[in-house]
Design a protein around this ligand. Structure first.
Ligand code: NDP
Length: 349
């Protein structure tokens, strides 16, 4: 299958590239600059340009940003749309979060409908942010739940802004399919906090992707004095499982028209820190003394059965994921005082 992958420089997208190639698909990814595109290609030596190449899409918040990217001599059969801002360092929620998420999502769907009739499946990276209702948790979260966040709440702060960006973008995608009846079918992948190994050629520890930031902070001693921060939503998933879910959603006929709530289960910052303590004795002095978990006993439930049944996902466990993540972070930047090697091998799916 020939696949267009947006946001190729992203944390999740890097793993999508690996799994797409492993499943023998041809991949064209979008990036904002030649520099990023070339770095990714260089990290796949021996992969011919017929299997892996890139196109530049500078800003997904621009209407028509994807109009040229969806055109290809050998036509695309599937699109994975992962590009969307995921950070809280914003000055203008609408411009920095809502517009790129919403216009980016509707933009690619419009472009595919107009110029890529061969595409049969579009998979959009949504989020648990589009599912969660922080004011009133249901007994058990599943794909049937939607975040009720409003336009007014969206612009109140960056955290609301991010959750709204994912909710409104996903809603816009389903509305588009219902109204426009395009040539393709839609699936969405809805992960909570995504943890897992980073591709070290793209990152410095300071510029680490948002969801791994808490682990990077722990191993750099940034929580030592202040203590572990509150966990947040207590659900997580391994990035390799998220990437596999994207690829399977493009491959499996039954995935059409479905949301997939992909989660491995519960976690807390305390549990993560305890795993680091157990597996990386040299990092113990970077951690605070209190590693207690703040996870309440009576948390909401979750139902991830659709992802297992339709996509065949078998979730990685927290300990393995944290071990692989820490190894990958140590490989990004040698922590000089501990003398770690940069060349640390991480098994990928
Ligand atoms: P990253 O920040 O690593 O990746 C985001 C990608 O989107 C990057 O490639 C980035 O490009 C691109 N991007 C952002 N804004 C624009 C823009 N205006 N124009 C062009 N490209 C843009 O994050 P993740 O890999 O974690 O996130 C990928 C997707 O997964 C997002 O849709 C996110 O909302 C979703 N998600 C992530 C979760 C997580 O815990 N990581 C949880 C749930 C959902 P560049 O590198 O050039 O900035």
């Amino acid at each position: 299958m020939k696949v267009l992958l947006t946001g190729g420089s992203g944390f999740i997208a890097a793993h999508c590239v690996d799994i797409l190639l492993k499943h023998d698909h041809d991949v064209v990814f979008t990036v904002r600059s030649d520099e990023k595109g070339q770095k990714i290609l260089k990290n796949h030596p021996g992969t011919p340009s017929s299997k892996l190449s890139y196109v530049i899409v500078k800003d997904i918040a621009q209407e028509n940003a994807f109009d040229e990217a969806v055109k290809s001599d050998l036509p695309f059969e599937a699109v994975l749309h992962t590009a969307s801002p995921f950070h809280f360092n914003v000055t203008d929620v609408k411009k920095d979060l809502l517009d790129p998420a919403i216009i980016g999502t509707t933009g690619i769907l419009k472009a595919v409908k107009k110029s890529a009739p061969s595409v049969k499946r579009v998979v959009v990276t949504s989020s648990f942010a589009s599912i969660i209702n922080p004011a009133k948790h249901p007994e058990k979260y599943s794909e049937e739940h939607w975040n009720p966040i409003t336009q007014e709440e969206a612009v109140q702060n960056p955290s609301n802004g991010y959750r709204a960006s994912k909710t409104f973008a996903e809603k816009a995608a389903w509305d588009f399919v219902e109204k426009e009846k395009p040539n393709f079918q839609l699936s969405t992948i809805n992960p909570p906090l995504v943890l897992g190994p980073v591709v070290h050629y793209l990152n410095s520890l300071d510029g680490i992707n948002t969801s791994n930031e808490r682990i990077a902070n722990m191993i750099q001693g940034k929580c030592k004095e202040k203590g572990l921060p509150p966990t947040g939503t207590f659900l997580w998933v391994d990035v390799r499982d998220v990437a596999l879910a994207h690829v399977k959603a493009a491959e499996v006929p039954d995935a059409a028209g479905k949301r997939f709530f992909v989660t491995a289960g519960y976690m807390s910052n305390g549990e993560i820190a305890q795993i680091i303590k157990k597996n990386f004795p040299d990092l113990v002095d970077k951690l605070p003394t209190n590693l207690d978990s703040d996870r309440p006993k009576d948390l909401f439930g979750y139902d991830n059965s659709r992802s297992k049944e339709v996509l065949g996902i078998k979730y990685n466990n927290l300990e393995e994921t944290i071990k692989d993540t820490v190894k990958s972070l140590l490989a990004v930047v040698e922590i000089q005082q501990h003398g770690y090697q940069k060349s640390c091998h991480i098994d990928k799916d």
